[in-house]
Write a protein that binds this ligand. Structure first.
Ligand code: F6R
Length: 352
């Protein structure tokens, strides 16, 4: 049942500390600073294939491999067959909660046909994807009933961190810091869930004309996912994109009735540039909601702040996304939508 929650989605959002703990359990050796997965892979190049929310996880995963100096790219599974890049000893990773998405299965079959080694990153043991791929990495988030993915996305991001650390390392990031941040992630998620202003923000903006989500680097997939979640369950129009793209067109749609959610973590170059974009929308009168760890001064330019606990840049993406899940949930709830079963959508899409 829903354990006292109004919707499975809200229950599953609140199950994320446990989902993450299960994903990490027995795979992270904190003392040794090591990750051990039951996978023996020699990764020279990697391509990810996925759809929807899982594609956003794939974008994030590809960035982790690139950070370690490994050429990596994420593809929409349904575009892969027509635009397959040449494969030489590549690993092709299918990211799929269900392990049954027809588009992703078909991209993986195409890859296998061309001689790639394939890996399924999935939640479902014994799924078609897990059976057909050479290897499987289970995200172990527990079953998800709500049609809109929530805890499985967070567990996908955690599992992709483990995969990257296990096969290619942390690149320029400090391995021990990443591992410590992963270890602390379930507790950080709990702290966020215990103290969030997402519902108040949702109430404030529920009747907006449209919603924009911007972020750079690891916050880019978070922006995409924030918009998708809101569209799916509230039917509001929303768009997410890399923050730098805003001024190349979409800025024309920005008004005082279109809140802009800016995902800004850390205080580096990406944060600085996104704050520049925040100023652009502020000048057009748009309300700004900053989703931030407070390391930069983005709050100065924001009408509302959704805080995330201080953590590593990698895990900040997981936390920022959870604030956006809550915003989407509460907007949809205010509008009385069918949150667990949105119109026109099915939990797994088994046709191409
Ligand atoms: C969004 C959502 C969908 C799925 C997509 C892929 O909330 O659930 O976008 O992510 O249909 O499904 P899987 O991950 O099962 O391959």
């Amino acid at each position: 049942g829903k354990s006292g929650y109004d919707h499975f989605m809200l229950k599953e959002i609140h199950e994320q500390p446990r989902a993450l703990r299960q994903c990490l359990q027995g795979r992270v050796d904190e003392l040794g600073g090591r990750v051990s997965l039951d996978l023996d892979l020699d990764v020279e190049r990697v391509q990810f294939v996925a759809c929807g929310t899982s594609y956003h996880a794939a974008l994030y995963g590809a960035a982790l491999f690139r950070a370690a100096g490994v050429p990596a790219q994420a593809f929409f599974a349904h575009e892969y067959a027509v635009a397959t890049p040449p494969i030489e000893d590549d690993l092709v990773v299918g990211v799929s909660q269900s392990g049954e998405t027809a588009d992703t299965l078909s991209a993986l079959r195409e890859a296998r046909g061309r001689g790639a080694r394939t890996l399924a990153v999935t939640n479902v043991v014994g799924s078609t994807m897990a059976r057909e791929c050479d290897d499987a990495l289970y995200i172990r988030s527990g079953p998800e009933i709500g049609v809109a993915a929530s805890k499985t996305f967070s567990a996908q991001l955690a599992a992709l961190n483990l995969l990257a650390l296990h096969t290619v390392g942390a690149g320029d990031d400090d391995r021990r810091e990443v591992i410590a941040a992963l270890r602390d992630l379930p507790g950080d998620v709990q702290a966020l869930l215990d103290d969030t202003d997402a519902e108040a923000v949702a109430r404030e903006y529920v009747d907006s004309d449209g919603f924009f989500f911007i972020g750079r680097d690891k916050s880019h997939p978070v922006a995409l996912e924030g918009a998708l979640k809101l569209k799916e369950i509230s039917y509001a129009h929303a768009e997410g994109f890399p923050a730098g793209e805003l001024k190349h067109g979409t800025l024309a749609l920005v008004t005082e009735d279109t809140p802009v959610f800016a995902v800004v973590t850390g205080d580096g170059e990406a944060a600085r540039k996104t704050i520049g974009n925040v100023k652009e929308v502020e000048a057009r009168g748009a309300p700004v909601v900053a989703v931030t760890d407070g390391e930069s001064d983005v709050a100065r330019y924001a009408d509302h702040v959704l805080e995330v606990p201080e953590t590593h840049a990698r895990t900040a993406a997981v936390l920022a996304n959870i604030q956006l899940q809550l915003v989407a949930y509460h907007v949809a709830n205010e509008l009385g939508r069918s949150i667990d079963k949105p119109r026109n959508l099915a939990k797994s899409v088994t046709v191409e």
